[in-house]
Design a protein around this ligand. Structure first.
Ligand code: M6R
Length: 607
């Protein structure tokens, strides 16, 4: 979704626009439809340029004009919410005098009333966005000091924002403000970089200050002030993790990274002798967790699928009643929360608006809030009572892959921890730990199916519909497999329980409608085999994903993919891999834009 970058140096830096554009490109993965920037020009005023489509279009446009850029500069990638995709609606937006420029992430809910009032006072609007009201409000409140004008304007806004503001009338600063939309300031040697996402600053500095809700930062040429004094933190990700490193797409790179990313999730967190997990992020709530008798897991998309697995895990191994909800639905239903309820939010980015809203709702009703997230310092990490980082490194591809398997691994750690607090026998805990320690190696082995999967993608190329079927622990994997091919190959797919087929979906089965059946040798194996028989009896092609050595399935399925054998509740980490690869190769054959699928954004920061 939308991205913000700002740059200001000790002394008018002619590299300002280039540095800003390079940082903005690091936010491309979030998804956007237009881009723009506003910068101080040596000719003595602020220049604003915008372009629809890729950032390279904006670069071309700037290159064609003989500007003399200096700083400050603010830049933005827009993912349309209010107003269609056009240059006029791209950010930054300005006031009537074209002297105050605003880049904004979030939504201003009361903008229609504000706009009407401002128009009544003589302001002239030039876009259809909610953001433009902010520029006009700042114009109205300006009395010589930009931060004071921003502060006054914020008092009129209802909604969410991450803001970057510059003005030709007070040109030696960027003013930034945050409410429910992330912002951080990177502290480099001779300059500051403002950004909505750490990816934008990582090539310049690891020292960052995250803004909290309600804070305003005034970023000057050699110092910055913030309402509350804050300690600089270290970003843990290595810069190289933001590159494709020879892979044609981030998605493939991230799929292939899974042995290491899962290892990172588990590292230092398993206690083999005690058959337990050591999770420092839960220390502060350990006693309270003993009283918890109900868990709601919330997440969106892929994170929700991980949550569905958590539901099976917590109920079976920890004996805690658990329900998984789409975060976007959670606060609209009558959920029964009390102090013995925990809400566990799962999110790669830690910035998904629906998930954050669910956390806030649960917290306001007295529940313990916990999180599993990947991004250190994200809003989710800071707003939950306790949590676990997945530590899988930056995920750039819009289609979530390694974040998913790390979320599942983190859920397995949670399960051990909660289970051992309750009725899980020591031997069961030890067995789970042993299997988790083998997991990076088993994932590596599973990835060797890549060539076979590529051939299968070629064989099934041209089919326009797919079923993904699984039961128990592999039902969420069926949902995840269907989502993957849907989002990157734009193919119709349905993920369902094998047992539900005969209650309606079977009507769709024909020789043109293949089914991908996840059928490891687990407690529901025989049941899944019956479901495959039902499909074959109606002429439907079947690709089976099963445990190594289970050759009997070859007489039933058209194609068979083998995964290593492990305990039932950990098979999903392996069985999802062929499905990720199938979606990837299928989408490549379809000529799709793998890392930036149409209509989607990496981080969905609006409700
Ligand atoms: O950052 P989050 O994990 O909260 O994102 C949630 C979903 O938007 C995300 O998983 C989405 O479904 C992915 N594109 C799936 O590949």
């Amino acid at each position: 979704m939308c991205g913000i970058v700002g740059y200001i140096s000790k002394g008018n830096d002619e590299r300002s626009v280039n540095i800003g554009i390079e940082a903005l490109k690091r936010l491309e993965y979030r998804g956007y439809d237009s881009a723009g920037l506003a910068f101080w020009d040596r000719s003595g005023g602020i220049i604003c340029q915008k372009a629809v489509g890729r950032i390279s279009n904006l670069e071309n446009k700037i290159g064609q004009n003989g500007f003399s850029p200096a700083d400050p500069v603010i830049l933005h990638t827009r993912w349309a919410t209010h107003g269609n995709v056009c240059e006029a609606n791209a950010h930054p937006h300005s006031d009537c005098t074209r002297d105050i420029f605003v880049a904004h992430n979030g939504i201003i809910e009361n903008y229609p009333a504000l706009k009407e009032q401002l128009i009544g006072e003589g302001h002239v609007f030039s876009s259809g966005t909610d953001t433009e009201v902010i520029a006009h409000l700042i114009e109205k409140c300006f009395e010589g000091n930009l931060e004071e004008a921003v502060r006054k304007s914020l008092g009129c806004l209802v909604g969410t924002y991450g803001l970057a503001v510059i003005s030709g009338r007070d040109p030696n600063k960027i003013v930034a403000a945050r409410l429910s939309s992330p912002l951080l300031v990177g502290l480099a040697e001779d300059y500051f970089l403002l950004a909505s996402d750490p990816s934008a600053v990582i090539a310049h500095t690891r020292k960052v200050v995250y803004l909290d809700d309600g804070e305003i930062a005034v970023i000057g040429r050699s110092n910055f002030t913030i309402i509350r004094e804050k300690k600089a933190e270290e970003i843990e990700w290595a810069d190289g993790q933001h590159e494709k490193e020879g892979f044609p797409h981030y998605m493939l790179k991230e799929v292939m990274e899974q042995p290491e990313s899962i290892e990172q999730t588990l590292k230092g967190r398993l206690i083999p002798e005690a058959g337990n997990a050591k999770l420092g992020g839960l220390d502060s709530v350990e006693q309270r967790l003993r009283q918890i008798d109900k868990v709601y897991i919330v997440g969106c998309g892929t994170a929700r699928h991980a949550g569905l697995l958590g539901e099976y895990m917590f109920e079976e191994y920890a004996g805690i009643s658990t329900r998984t909800d789409a975060a976007s639905e959670f606060r609209y239903r009558k959920t029964l929360l009390d102090k013995n309820t925990a809400l566990l939010a799962i999110s790669q980015s830690g910035e998904t608006a629906d998930t954050l809203a669910a956390i806030r709702d649960a917290r306001s009703r007295g529940a313990l809030t916990m999180g599993i997230t990947n991004v250190v310092g994200s809003t989710q990490a800071r707003e939950t009572d306790a949590g676990v980082y997945t530590r899988c490194g930056p995920e750039i591809g819009v289609a979530s892959t390694k974040a998913f398997t790390s979320q599942v691994a983190a859920l397995a750690l949670f399960t051990l921890f909660l289970g051992r607090q309750r009725q899980m026998p020591l031997e069961t805990g030890r067995r789970i730990v042993r299997e988790l320690l083998r997991m990076p190696e088993m994932v590596e082995q599973t990835l060797q199916c890549d060539r076979q999967i590529k051939e299968l993608a070629e064989k099934y190329r041209g089919f326009e519909n797919f079923f993904y079927l699984g039961r128990k622990y592999n039902y969420p994997i069926a949902r995840e497999g269907a989502l993957k091919i849907k989002e990157i190959a734009y193919v119709h797919s349905e993920g369902s329980w094998g047992g539900e087929l005969k209650h309606g979906e079977l009507a769709l089965i024909s020789e043109d409608f293949p089914s991908i059946c996840i059928v490891p040798k687990d407690s529901v194996y025989e049941k899944m085999v019956s479901n495959i028989e039902e499909i074959k009896a109606r002429g439907g092609p079947v690709i089976a994903v099963t445990s190594e050595g289970n050759q009997e399935i070859e007489s039933l399925a058209d194609d068979v993919v083998y995964i290593p054998d492990t305990i039932e509740f950990l098979t999903p980490i392996l069985s999802v891999i062929p499905l990720q690869l199938f979606a990837y190769h299928f989408a490549v054959l379809c000529g799709c834009d793998i890392d930036k699928p149409r209509n989607l954004a990496k981080s969905v920061t609006v409700e």
